[in-house]
Design a protein around this ligand. Sequence first.
Ligand SMILES: [Zn+2]
Ligand SMILES: [Zn+2]
Ligand SMILES: [Zn+2]
Length: 765
Amino acid sequence: MSLPKAEQKVRAKIKINGIVQGVGFRPFIYRLAKKYQLFGWVLNSVKGVEIEVEGKQKLIEDFYLAIEEQAPPLARIKEKALNFTSELLDYDDFLIKRSNSNGEERVLITPDVAICDDCRAEMKDRGDRRYNYPFINCTNCGPRFTIIEGTPYDRPLTTMKEFNMCSNCQDEYNTPLDRRFHAQPNACEKCGPSVKLLNSKGDIIEGAPIKKTTELLLDGKIVAIKGLGGYHLACDATKPKAVRRLRKIKHRPSKPLAVMAKNLEVIEKICDLDKIEVEELTSPAAPIVLLETKQITDVNFKVANEVNPDTDKLGMMLPYTPIHELLLTDELPLIVLTSANLSGQPLMTSSKEVYNKLDVKIDAILANDRQIANRVDDSVVYKLGDEMVPIRRSRGYVPFPIRMDMEAEKNILACGAQQKNTFALVREQNIFLSQHIGNLNNLATYNFYQESINKLQYLLQVNPEVVVTDLHPDYLSTRYGKILDSIELVEVQHHQAHIASCMVEHQLDEEVIGVAFDGTGYGLDEEVWGGEFFVGGLDSLERVGHLEYVPLPGGEVSVKNPYRMAFSYLYHHFEDIGIELAKKFLPDLEQTERQIIKAQIEEKINTPLTSSMGRLFAAVSALLGICTVTDYTGQAAIKLESIIKPQVNECYNFAITEQGIIKTESLWAEMIVDLESGIAKEKIATKFHNTVVEFTLDLVGRLSKEYNFNKIVLSGGVMQNRYLVKKLKKGAKGVLDLYFHEKVPPNDGGLALGQAVIGSKKLND
Ligand SMILES: [Zn+2]
Ligand SMILES: [Zn+2]
Ligand SMILES: [Zn+2]
């Protein structure tokens, strides 16, 4: 059959797949079809967007190209296809047809989107019918994942189904050229959700709820505020007393709290900001961005020290919902905004939970009647060089997939880690990493984990045929994976998964050198790994070096109490002299405990060996008296990094054996000498960091020569240390290619991605 000529009228079917629903795609297609004088229709189906057009072939081809070139800002086209047919149906108009829910589910679900400039302007316009309306949204912004209950993305399958649109809203919804055409959460004061302010007894507080909330916060009160993905606790960030009280309510003694600022100008007053950070703060995802703080002179902008006692970095974000936008004012430019659950528990979504689960009463609750279908925490990122690195990938990013180079032959569930858990579902080339779930060791979080797996499987229509777990037999995620007994099981070593997670981000399906510096992970030899060097490909990573083993007396108790780890190192390297040094430098370690630990180590009672880099950092932090006891993961290393003096270039000695074992005896001996001769802790901490950089580059250099690979992949929680990774990059420049995370966290929040890709690779081979 010969192709129709350019001027001849033809019919074409176009299919587009990717993020094309809930982003204003169909009105865009409608306008484009009118422009190119094409008739036919566009339809949201479970496979994506389907278009049928009739017109001149040349115009159809131009139309097809324009789809990609001019797509709406939030759309992401993954695949598109064009097929001509000569049989004409003689359409006489272009229509937007109703969603079609037949066929296989293939659509990608959009993450939640921060309020757009148009909606913000309307909300502040006295003449607009949505003046001050706290649920204003349009096809370019608003809730998505947090309200979706099923696909295709259509109002009856969202929590907006409770609200019947008024005639004005319905008109907007029906008008193809309107910014709210098929905006599923479309609403106004008359027909949509509303806010109410409740006191600690659950009674309504009279007055305008948001204005009143601002007043309460200015008065030093603590208010629970329902956001997109769950409840937050808020207080005025400039009031130390309020921040202290909030910490008490949340049972969170010192872990940094996030702050929301009224606008960019406010952030600029208190933090250093560059172009990349501004872009990130104002992006549709609107995450929390960790920023360096400045010396603040204006007391109105002086964030209380209690917000971030351990570090000079502040986690800042901008208002991302209309409620937040209305809440912050010139008088109240900075609020602490942190999830309203007890530390370690999942987000709360109802005011009842807020009443029942917080044991200390808060002053008020700003509730609303739009239900949350999926709980989602705020995402957290930081800048490293020219890239942003996620620490927590959640709101604004989830459930957007990460693409692999290969196509998985089977649907996969990767169960993730125990702490900072996320899980992943694999369908074809897509890996869908879940929102942040948290630490599975409490029941509420474990329930949230199971509930989220079921929900995401349903939404994405992925029925796992294979389950991938960590090797650790006691991770609840491992146990969960193992009880799904009807499906195939693949186990993946923790640090191999870390390395693979970074490889898939960079589409590296080749042999590399992997360096995983981490807290703890179950090793192939059943010891506690965490300072690991690998060579190989995605499913063939082989351990070729590591930090020397030292005892981890009592396991978890030494993770939480770094002074125990410092003792372990001292005793390991210097035996009886080490005990004397411990008496001198570790005042927290009392005689009885010291004797118990010594006995534990000698008798090997509940004392695995560890090569963990996280434990080495913690031990040094304790030796210097910087952090001897922790109340959150990574605290000892964070505090140690915070006292670095970048002008110090010296380092300590170390040794690396033929087998690639890094020996730290001289490092410890020289640190002790420095301590005893009164060298400043800041200098010792910096020299320690420099030593880690040096031995890493040394071993990586040797491996690179031996195996002839020059791609180095970095991962693991310890790699969130910016000084360390910057120095490694600098040291490797021009010799080795270093790859680091840009899409998923280096910590266990990214682990499921690595599990998923190793699982896919093993199945495909
Ligand atoms: Zn908008
Ligand atoms: Zn309305
Ligand atoms: Zn890990």
